[in-house]
Design a protein around this ligand. Structure first.
Ligand code: B12
Ligand code: SF4
Ligand code: SF4
Length: 269
């Protein structure tokens, strides 16, 4: 079985882009050594799923999140299917790295470093380059892709890297970030972004619990009807509840290519 068989299988399952990286080409200084995840790892398969345009462009963050949830759901199942496909056909090990979580939330990284940095993996697999917003821009789908990866013992060479600088320096992502998290080039201010994009994450939960524990019974009653609690309640079963997508949504790169694109399943985007 070769790269193209796996690529086609990924497309058939619904991925929009599929790329390959030899493990020595994956370089993410702050991330764990991939050998601690799968000792015999030789390559990474990286898959991308596009966000739905109508959802991303909606001013309603629940509508935007619904598209993300769909992409996360199919990506998880697909990672499992592809890993099993490789193990069955090639008799080598494979292991899945999902969209964002499960995530190590213990110190020192506190949920800010994934087991594999999927942006660096996507770049190594020839799927795109970093933009001013510190996200990966793909030549066809621009910033509107979310990524997953599969670690495998299969020896595969990397796909050719994207060499073109796809970011056109329009600065829209910086201007439209409601948190001011992108003001410093090459760095995302994580705490500023987190407060706006994931207010019902662990920080929001701790803040709310602190307030609740210190409150009088009357105040506690009111706190149970507080919009923050209602949002935390939903986050407890939805998972990460993203409420800002601006830096992806405003980036103009790739938008003209993507509408009506019929490339899926034929060639690497
Ligand atoms: C933790 C995390 C965050 C943290 C950021 C922590 C961080 N610095 O990386 C917070 C909560 C802030 C965050 C926010 C967002 N995230 Co996030 N996040 C992750 C997660 C789970 C781990 C990232 C990680 O391991 N970082 C640690 C290391 C890699 O970071 P680093 O080495 O410091 O690299 C940083 C810089 O050095 C810079 N960088 C590195 N090399 C280079 C090279 C050049 C040329 C440039 C310009 C920059 C640059 O980019 C990084 C950003 O700060 C990944 C999923 C995953 N497993 O990868 C998703 C992921 C990165 N997030 C993603 C997204 C979409 C978002 C948000 C838009 C939120 C949302 N609505 O979905 C925002 C965007 C913020 C932004 N514009 O930077 C996507 C990105 C997809 C893409 N097309 O690039 C990912 C890959 C999830 C996925 N599976 O698709 N995220
Ligand atoms: S997700 Fe929102 S808050 Fe975070 S960097 Fe992007 S635009 Fe800014
Ligand atoms: S919005 Fe403009 S500056 Fe930001 S990443 Fe996209 S092209 Fe680059």
């Amino acid at each position: 079985m070769n790269k193209e068989d796996i690529r086609q299988y990924g497309y058939d399952l619904g991925a929009d882009v599929v790329g390959f990286a030899a493990i020595e080409d994956y370089k993410s200084e702050k991330s764990p050594d991939p050998k601690t995840l799968l000792p015999g790892v030789k390559s990474l398969i990286v898959l991308g799923y596009r966000e739905i345009d109508g959802a991303l462009d909606s001013n309603n963050d629940r509508i935007s999140l619904a598209s993300r949830m769909g992409a996360m759901d199919i990506s998880k199942a697909n990672n499992y299917r592809i890993s099993r496909f490789i193990e069955n056909k090639c008799k080598v090990k494979a292991a899945s790295v999902t969209f964002s979580y499960p995530l190590d939330m213990t110190p020192p990284t506190m949920g800010l470093v994934g087991d594999i940095s999927l942006r660096h993996a996507a770049v190594a697999a020839g799927l795109g380059v970093f933009g001013r917003h510190n996200l990966v821009i793909n030549p066809t789908f621009g910033s509107r892709l979310i990524y997953t990866a599969i670690l495998t013992e299969l020896q595969m060479v990397s796909d050719p890297p994207v060499t073109e600088d796809l970011c056109n320096d329009c600065n829209l992502c910086v201007k439209k970030c409601p948190a001011g998290a992108l003001d410093e080039e090459g760095k995302t201010d994580m705490m500023k972004c987190l407060r706006v994009s994931q207010p019902s994450g662990i920080g929001g939960m701790i803040g709310y619990l602190r307030k609740f524990i210190g409150a009088t019974p009357e105040e506690q009653k009111a706190l149970l009807m507080d919009p923050r609690f209602l949002s935390l309640y939903q986050a407890s079963f939805i998972g990460f509840q993203y409420q800002c997508f601006n830096c992806i949504a405003v980036c103009p790169v790739g938008r003209e290519n993507r509408a009506g694109s019929k490339k899926k399943g034929k060639k690497k985007a």
